[in-house]
Design a protein around this ligand. Structure first.
Ligand code: PLZ
Length: 457
């Protein structure tokens, strides 16, 4: 029923991309009958370990909506986990990807190179924090980028230990599972994990009340006493933790860590897989406090849905690796590179950093109003279009994952796709495509407010 561009949905033909009607439309219960049928096939063919947040099967997406095979049009407040920041099927991306796929699909950059890979690395050098000499290497997934960043740091320093933080999420491969904090569902029974990973406390203003300098001092004390700077290759941190619950560290925390790493020769790695590429209203979350990481990992938003990830770092660190030491069959695939160049073009043309700030300015006041009316919203936080609320039991800071699940289920029934997050499963997170129109954003907020009223009545 689908060809490449025109999609038959509920008897009418429509195109994906921004021309898709920007409306919430419910024609059936969620999930509808056609999705229910596919769900049966899914359950018979797909491994249980791979789950779905909401089993509606998608036929088209664009702007701020996802249209399912029953013809329902959902407001997308997740962007496929911070990926389609430029919107699904963004025209600049579609055009470049189609041209590339028709020209050639793959050569393997390690066998015979092509210009798109270089262009993406040049863009990364321009856009990432710092004006030092940089080099990049391209991969397929965020986890793969993180693994390679650690490999580079180990070679460059001749040291082995890695510092990670509470509430961290860095991926599901063996080394990145070790770096990820949360057991369920990411690590449970999947060990043994990679060694030489040490975890220290994060700054979590809502829960620890510490200022940034104090929180950094506490982390550094633990590092000094339990690991020893001279053994540490890298410190890796998400400037805003993603899966951990959109925790924005207290001001001064990140700069103090960067200073410490500089003094002790530890490679400071910012994992901006989730927070990067306009998501927080800057090209990178590091830009908010002007910190310059030695290495930055990117993925997700970089290519608007095409699988691409990157490690970008100081030339002298990146080039410490022996020739042939980094790579992979598909890393920097030409079609993904074309996607990235199209996505970056869209970000520039539509000034999506500014748009992310506008989204923040619409969302935060509305969510604060809701928080004032109910005693279950403990915290409203985030930057740009990376916004979250943390749900608690009334009058306490005790996490309320049950209520979080109820609010999310209500939103889903009403055609608003929202996601959860957080170590305690009690964070409602919002990651709308940056191209979402205001009226859809406001409508999503209306539904979220109704969800709170319905779930706390
Ligand atoms: N680093 C900061 O957010 C991916 C994971 C979803 P991959 N986050 C979404 C899930 O349940 O698997 C992520 C991230 C940060 C690394 C990663 C890993 O990126 O592209 O999923 O490997």
């Amino acid at each position: 029923m689908t060809d490449t561009v025109d999609i038959e949905v509920a008897g009418s033909t429509m195109q994906g991309g921004p021309s898709l009607p920007q409306e919430r439309r419910l024609l059936t219960a969620i999930p509808g009958p056609k999705s229910q049928d596919l769900l049966k096939r899914r359950n018979a063919a797909v491994a249980v370990g791979v789950s779905n947040v909401l089993p509606v099967f998608i036929a088209a997406g664009g702007g701020g909506v996802l249209v399912d095979i029953d013809g329902n049009s959902l407001i997308d407040m997740g962007s496929g986990i911070a990926v389609t920041s430029v919107g699904n099927a963004a025209p600049e991306l579609v055009e470049r990807v189609q041209a590339q796929v028709a020209a050639f699909t793959h050569t393997c950059f390690m066998v015979t190179p092509y210009e798109g890979y270089i262009e993406v690395c040049e863009e990364l050098a321009r856009l990432t924090p710092g004006d030092h000499d940089k080099r990049s290497a391209l991969f397929n997934s965020g986890a793969e980028a993180v693994e390679n960043a650690i490999k580079v740091a180990r070679v460059a320093t001749g040291r082995t230990a890695v510092i990670a933080f509470e509430h961290a999420y860095h991926g599901r491969t063996n080394l990145t599972m070790a770096l990820t904090a949360k057991n369920m569902p990411y690590k449970h029974n999947f060990g043994p994990f990679a060694s030489e990973v040490y975890r220290v406390p994060l700054s979590y203003p809502y829960r620890d009340g510490r200022d940034g300098a104090t929180a950094a001092r506490d982390a550094i004390t633990k590092i000094e006493k339990e690991v020893g700077a001279e053994n540490i290759a890298a410190m890796i941190i998400e400037p805003i933790s993603g899966e951990g619950g959109f925790i924005v560290p207290a001001q001064g925390f990140l700069p103090a860590l960067v200073d410490y790493c500089k003094e002790t020769g530890i490679v400071f790695i910012a994992d901006e897989v989730q927070s990067g590429f306009c998501r927080t209203g800057e090209w990178f979350a590091c830009d908010h406090e002007g910190i310059v990481p030695d290495i930055i990992t990117t993925a997700k938003g970089i290519a608007g849905g095409m699988p691409l990830a990157a490690v970008t770092g100081r030339a002298e660190l990146m080039d410490a690796v022996h020739k042939g030491g980094l790579g992979g069959t598909y890393g920097g695939n030409p079609v993904s590179c074309a996607g990235a160049l199209g996505a970056i073009e869209t970000m520039r043309k539509q000034n999506l950093n500014e748009r992310a700030v506008e989204i923040q300015e619409i969302m935060i006041p509305r969510l604060r109003e809701m928080a004032a009316k109910t005693d279950v919203i403990g915290d409203v936080r985030g930057l740009g279009a990376m916004i979250a609320v943390e749900l608690v039991h009334p009058g306490t800071k005790d996490p309320n994952p049950e209520l979080t699940a109820q609010v999310i289920a209500y939103c889903h029934q009403q055609g608003v796709l929202v996601l959860s997050a957080g170590t305690y499963g009690n964070v409602l997170r919002f990651l709308p495509p940056l191209v979402i129109p205001d009226h859809l954003l406001n409508e999503a907020l209306d539904i979220i407010e109704q969800a709170f009223l319905a779930s706390t009545a």
